[in-house]
Ligand binder design. Sequence first.
Ligand SMILES: [Zn+2]
Length: 211
Amino acid sequence: MRTRKVAMDSIHKLTEYFRDFPGIGPRQAKRFVYFLLTKNPSYLNEISRLISDIKKNIKVCSLCFRFFQDEKTDEKNDVCNICSDKNRNHESLMIVARDVDFESIEKSRVYSGLYFILGGTIPILEKEPEKKVRLEELKDRINKNNLKEVILSLNMTPDGENTADYIKQFIKQYFPNSNIKISLLGRGLSTGSEIEYADVETIKSALENRI
Ligand SMILES: [Zn+2]
């Protein structure tokens, strides 16, 4: 009886962890647990090792705030390979909400400038936007570069559009005399679409048709 109770507890506990994951409901969480139970020990050891090591070599870039794997672990390096790449266009900054959006755009290979990860979006009627996204860091970042263009690449959802409006006003307010051109991803992205799930062609056309 006792062993049975412990087993049920582990299933329940692990299900609770998976339920915390973004976009995962209770049923999916339980399916993950039962899926893991069908796997052999080497698979489980490998996945456990990857999870326990995930933060060891991953750093947050001090310029764009994305997570990156630092290959040169012996050096004190807190700037990612994209921000330190001299071949990229350092006069163009693309603002995205999350790392997954950055990944979709980078994978499409249609943009060669720099990025800034906001860390989230600003819901409509939010009273404390500074708690939702990196506003001070964005100000510092714009101050550091001699930017010609800022591209707002946010989801075509109510929160995404609200964030785009807010950031646009924020930049205009803090940099009133700058000649930074602020543009938004264009019509390629239809209403309700999310950058994370957009294909290469859609991203390419949205970027070419930026407004
Ligand atoms: Zn970076």
